[in-house]
Design a protein around this ligand. Structure first.
Ligand code: ZN
Length: 133
């Protein structure tokens, strides 16, 4: 069993969209599509069905917080009317969650691993494994 990875290292790897456990493999092969398992350390990314539901909360929370701060700053701070503030913010509310999607998932997995680093479901065989004879 390996030593636990410090939380700062887990988060750093998540920001790079790399496997938070080993930092050797990218987690996504397309922007919205991730590998099921790390090809280097065999970490299963989606640990159970619906595992990444929590990342949606992270994504939504950051989008709502950012939108609120932008609106308050632009409307009440800069004095812009709603006609100038709302359309760009609606566009932001659509595009930002798509752009942040992989980071929310990587952050969610990194935070989960910071509390529970045991990969107790090694049900995917390593490369080259042919099974019992
Ligand atoms: Zn890995």
């Amino acid at each position: 069993m390996s030593l636990p990875v410090p939380r700062s290292v887990l988060l750093s790897r998540a920001l790079q969209l790399k496997c938070p456990q080993c930092g050797e493999q990218k987690m996504f092969h397309h922007w919205l599509s991730m590998y099921p398992v790390c090809s280097h350390c065999r970490l299963k990314y989606e640990r159970e069905p619906g595992y990444f539901l929590g990342s949606i909360y992270v994504n939504y929370g950051l989008t709502a917080l950012s939108t609120t701060l932008f609106y308050v700053t632009l409307h009440f701070g800069a004095g812009l009317s709603n006609w100038w503030v709302v359309p760009p913010l609606l566009t932001f509310c659509i595009l930002f969650p798509l752009a942040f999607f992989p980071y929310a998932r990587a952050y969610w997995l990194a935070m989960d691993l910071s509390f529970d680093q045991i990969n107790d479901e090694p049900d995917i065989p390593p490369p080259g494994y042919v099974g019992p004879k």
